[in-house]
Design a protein around this ligand. Structure first.
Ligand code: NAG
Ligand code: NAG
Length: 302
């Protein structure tokens, strides 16, 4: 680190600015680690109330029908899993409400990763609210037309066009809302942004869940894994500046033990078990969205 700093300093003003930024990032990162994670593992257990309906297993299980909440954490991996599992509908469609609820949980995950990654999550939150607004407007319009409740299929007929990925795509296409040339705030275009970010997070979680390589007991740092996942996915869609910012943000990522607490496990074995399930659930949702967008040539919407 010292060598790196000296090298950077010798680069002059730019170098010093870079060192300052890195220093601030590290400071923020450590502040976050020591100041903000008020509930280490122990208090997780302490605050567990036997009378709660919540079942809290410490063995990395994620049974589909039990909600195993981790008290003291904002991000709840069991909730994320539940939303992911309820998103697929029919043979090849995805319900938008659980899709967006999955993102609500993933945003909490990003926020927990530190202030800089949290900044990325603001952008994502804006995207989820755009689709929610569209769905709300649609529901109001339908109510005004007296159409509410006419659609029988789907758990939320009030949402109409914004019930599922495919219903949104057909509705926006038939209404001429999707612009293939220039940027608009269409639901389809917004979904594509979320869709790309989802691939990055999925890949990161997948890498985080990998056991140590055979013949080695060393696990790679979450920083490296997150950067690598980013470079393999989202970076392809980002400008040079955004890529540099992201690189800096990933530098300040917490250690692996932080992630164990975050997903409510104690060791890599449990993390591997739980992340495998979550990654698979994301995979199902992602693939369905991917096919729907692809069939309508929407994978490059500006
Ligand atoms: C974890 O514990 C729960 C409750 O004791 C049990 O039902 C489940 O099968 C266990 N899962 C694993 C992977 O051991
Ligand atoms: C999703 O698509 C990828 C790439 O085509 C494939 O490898 C994977 O098996 C698919 N997953 C599911 C759950 O269908």
């Amino acid at each position: 680190m010292r060598q790196k700093q000296m090298k950077l300093t010798s680069m002059g003003v730019k170098g010093r600015a870079a060192v300052a930024v890195v220093f601030i990032l590290l400071l923020l990162g450590s502040l976050w680690l020591y100041g903000n994670l008020e509930s280490p593992w122990e208090s997780c257990l302490k605050s567990y109330n036997q009378n709660d309906k919540v079942v809290f297993h410490r063995n990395g299980s994620l049974e589909p029908y039990t909600l195993e909440l981790c008290p003291g954490q904002t991000f709840q991996i069991s909730l994320l899993f539940a939303h992911l599992r309820s998103a697929p509908v029919g043979t090849d469609d995805v319900l938008l409400e659980p899709y967006l609820s999955s993102w609500d949980e993933l945003i909490k995950f990003l926020v927990a990763m530190g202030p800089l990654v949290g900044a990325i999550s603001n952008e994502i939150e804006t995207k989820t609210s755009i689709i929610r607004e569209l769905a709300k407007d649609e529901a109001e319009r339908m109510r005004a037309d007296g159409q509410s409740g006419l659609r029988a299929e789907g758990p939320n007929p009030d949402l109409g066009a914004y019930d599922s990925v495919r219903s949104m795509i057909s509705a926006e296409l038939s209404r001429g809302l999707v612009d293939f040339q220039k940027q608009t705030d269409s639901g389809c275009r917004t979904l594509l942004r979320l869709h790309r970010a989802l691939l990055w997070l999925q890949l990161f979680l997948q890498k985080l869940g990998l056991p140590p390589e055979p013949g080695s007991d060393r696990l790679r740092s979450p920083s490296d894994l997150c950067r690598e996942a980013y470079q393999q996915t989202l970076a392809n869609h980002h400008s040079w500046w955004v890529r540099q910012m992201a690189d800096l943000a990933f530098l300040a990522l917490p250690e692996r033990t932080f992630f164990y607490r975050l997903i409510c496990v104690q060791n890599q074995e449990e993390a591997t078990a739980i992340l495998k399930k979550v990654v698979h659930a994301i995979d199902v949702m992602y693939n369905r969205t991917q096919r729907a967008l692809d069939e309508h040539n929407m994978l490059d919407l500006p």
